[in-house]
Design a protein around this ligand. Structure first.
Ligand code: NDP
Length: 315
């Protein structure tokens, strides 16, 4: 039968390109889980995704109520869940002050990590119940977890420290808005959120892979320098970043190519190994990449998972 995949943040960039790549195979129906219905409808149309191959459902990851509402709506739709792709993200590299989710968490970690944490925990039962032969839960990571690249070492580097800001609620009132308890830095908050994404994937693998057979995976799709992710960066950066990545670091990938990569992680029969952080070499061949020390720290993953459960109201 046709597979049924939920992709968050499918209204632009990597998520849209992945939705298109999967829909074009004719083997997948894509549920585009997005906060802006009209934008998503326009994006799907202009990408040329056939009407019968997608459904748009509202999801705002910066609100835990919206996440729960989405899970209810999805359940009522009667569709099976064969794959879940946690892809949406916000990045605020120039913000001087933190902003916050509906529940009062710093926005980058609140959206990119905590929203997806609740979503994937609540949808785990649907994944378990699916009779699809290869069920997968994918959380998009980033290069900040690679210690074997230059870009993974550009400051400000991710660092969750002892998680004191996180356990305090990341609200900027009685706790810091940063996971490590330090001063607000938007670029670092994004990188920290991506480390949480990669730790979450591995903790899912340790807790649930054996019993459920679900494949848990993360990936670094390459530097997709043209997406909306950089929309809040200064204009000069946005002008120079794509050619810099193309000609100097040579890490540039097109949105189309990155979408094909993520689509492979969703459906390629050879990428079924669980607990893996996928990357691609210069010839666009996939390989199992190494994570940085912090992004593969088992004790930190467990602690981060426990605090996340408390913050989203699961514990
Ligand atoms: P885009 O900005 O193009 O896409 C981000 C998506 O997330 C958009 O669809 C956006 O929706 C959605 N989103 C943001 N906030 C919310 C929210 N509160 N609720 C629901 N959806 C939301 O960026 P990319 O395509 O580049 O990013 C996709 C993923 O790829 C991210 O996880 C990012 O970390 C990762 N990545 C990107 C790299 C790059 O070079 N671009 C490199 C490595 C990883 P809307 O359209 O409504 O704003």
């Amino acid at each position: 039968r046709t597979g049924s995949v939920v992709i968050t943040g499918a209204s632009s960039g990597l998520g849209l390109a992945t939705a298109k790549a999967l829909a074009e195979t004719g083997k997948w129906h894509v549920i585009m889980a997005c906060r802006d219905y009209l934008k998503t409808e326009r994006a799907a149309k202009s990408a040329g995704i056939a009407k019968e191959n997608y459904t748009i459902m509202h999801l705002d990851l910066s609100s835990l109520d919206s996440v729960k509402q989405f899970v209810d709506n999805f359940g009522r739709s009667g569709r099976p869940l064969d794959a879940l792709v946690c892809n949406a993200a916000v990045y605020q590299p120039t913000a001087k002050e933190p902003s916050f989710t509906a529940d009062g968490f710093e926005l980058s970690v609140g959206t990119n990590h905590l929203g997806h944490f609740l979503l994937s925990r609540l949808l785990l039962d649907d994944l378990k119940q699916s009779d699809y032969p290869s069920k997968r839960l994918i959380i998009v990571g980033s290069i900040t977890g690679n210690t074997n690249t230059l870009a993974g070492n550009v400051p400000p580097k991710a660092n969750l420290g002892d998680l004191r800001g996180f356990s305090g609620g990341l609200n900027g009132l009685n706790s810091s808005a940063m996971i490590d308890g330090g001063n607000f830095d938007g670029a670092k908050a994004y990188k920290d959120s991506k480390v949480c994404n990669m730790l979450t994937m591995q903790e899912f693998h340790r807790r649930y892979h054996k019993d459920t057979g679900i494949t848990f995976a993360s990936l670094y799709p390459g530097c997709i320098a043209t997406t909306g992710l950089f929309r809040e960066h200064i204009p000069l950066f946005r002008l120079l970043f794509p050619p810099f990545q193309k000609y100097i670091t040579k890490g540039f990938v097109s949105e189309e190519e990155s979408g094909k990569r993520l689509a492979q992680v969703v459906s390629d029969p050879s990428l079924t190994k669980s607990g893996v952080y996928w990357s691609w070499n210069k010839d666009s061949a996939s390989f199992e990449n190494q994570l940085s020390q912090e992004a593969s720290d088992v004790e930190k993953a467990r602690k981060m998972w426990d605090i996340s459960e408390k913050l989203v109201g699961l514990a």
